[in-house]
Design a protein around this ligand. Structure first.
Ligand SMILES: [Zn+2]
Length: 357
């Protein structure tokens, strides 16, 4: 018998259901994370207005804090403020910004982090990565993955539709990210982690071809599971590679070049994934992803995101500089200005086969 095996770090507890928020303290007690309920809950101001009554009932011994912001300085200061209280765990209740802040704070304090998602806009819910603002840009920091993940369907249903749909775009972008990873393996000899790649791809395939969307509770469960599994795939890989390729480089370039005009992350990476798929794969894959995005009323082009061809050209040109260590179809083709212009006009033509409006 082979003695070779691998240790896979996953959350101890994943709870996706209606009413999950009401059982927060008992879940932490049952899982031996916090027997007496002495933990810190960090929420956004709007989250506190909406959910603090409900949370106080379910976790009366916990202390509630308003998230100070999403910068590295905010996270460092919050960790310093909470240090002396010796909490059993840090619970982040909110969207990506609050969860990323809390992952960083919990890692600094060396205590477990519990991720309670109030929307499904991104795949950071269970990932070992925190995106924090750092000196006018956004830095990606490796942190401990959440020890437990709680998604209350009654809560996420209250999120604006746009913040539920964006998560679909983030999950679909896995298809393109995995293809970029495979390309890097073939062309550059980069090592691929088969388990992480499978989990990222299967998460996206679980949503492909489903007839329903965010109006259906079953779909919200599938989307939640896909986002959680994507996060675990990143944990297994030890990097965001399974869920982030040219699709994410394009989105990061939009964030850097046009910070005042950004759209939800999942919308941007969905368009990035479709453009990367156009550059890299056959027409069938391009159409499949394009139709899938359209089915959920997600943007399929830079024009839908509010950018001209020229602006998108600037985005494509600078995208590779956002992740210098990552090899994707953009680094592989290394397009010059003229070629970028041609590819964008071919992309616009190809989109006509998807968009009949
Ligand atoms: Zn993403």
């Amino acid at each position: 018998m082979s003695l070779l095996k691998r240790m896979v770090e996953t959350p101890l507890y994943i709870d996706i259901r209606k009413g999950a928020l009401n059982d927060l303290a008992s879940v932490l007690a049952d899982q031996r994370i916090s027997a007496g309920g002495h933990f810190a809950i960090v929420m956004s101001k709007s989250g506190k207005d909406k959910f603090s009554e409900q949370i106080k009932k379910s976790a009366p011994n916990a202390d509630l804090f308003i998230s100070p912001g999403n910068s590295l300085q905010d996270a460092t200061k919050l960790a310093d403020d909470l240090k002396s209280k010796k909490y059993d765990a840090i619970v982040g209740v909110g969207g990506g910004r609050v969860i990323d802040l809390c992952k960083y704070v919990a890692t600094k304090l060396e205590v477990p982090m519990i991720s309670v998602a109030t929307n499904l806009a991104h795949d950071g819910i269970a990932s070992p990565v925190s995106i924090l603002e750092d000196k006018n840009s956004r830095g990606s920091f490796g942190v401990n993955a959440p020890l437990a993940v709680v998604i209350d369907l009654d809560v996420v249903k209250l999120a604006p539709n746009r913040f539920l749909k964006a998560g679909i775009g983030d999950v679909f972008s896995n298809l393109s990210a995995v293809k970029d990873w495979e390309l890097a393996t073939k062309v550059n000899g980069e090592k691929i982690d088969g388990l992480a790649a499978s989990m990222a791809r299967i998460s996206a395939e679980a949503l492909l071809g489903r007839p329903d969307s965010i109006g259906s509770e079953e779909f919200l469960v599938a989307l939640s599971e896909a986002l959680v599994l994507s996060g675990i795939a990143m944990g297994i890989a030890g990097t965001s590679r399974p869920c982030s390729g040219a699709c994410h480089e394009i989105s990061h370039a939009i964030d850097l070049l046009f910070p005042e005009r950004t759209k939800p992350h999942g919308e941007q990476v969905g368009v990035g994934a479709l453009f990367a798929t156009f550059l890299r794969d056959g027409f069938d894959s391009f159409q499949e992803l394009g139709f899938a995005l359209l089915q959920h009323d997600l943007p399929i082009s830079h024009i839908d995101l509010g950018f001209s061809d020229e602006e998108f050209g600037q985005v494509i040109k600078s995208a590779p500089t956002t992740r210098p260590d990552r090899f994707t179809i953009l680094e592989h083709l290394n397009l010059d200005d003229k070629q970028i212009k041609e590819k964008i006009s071919e992309f616009n033509e190809a989109l006509k086969s998807i968009n009949f409006n």
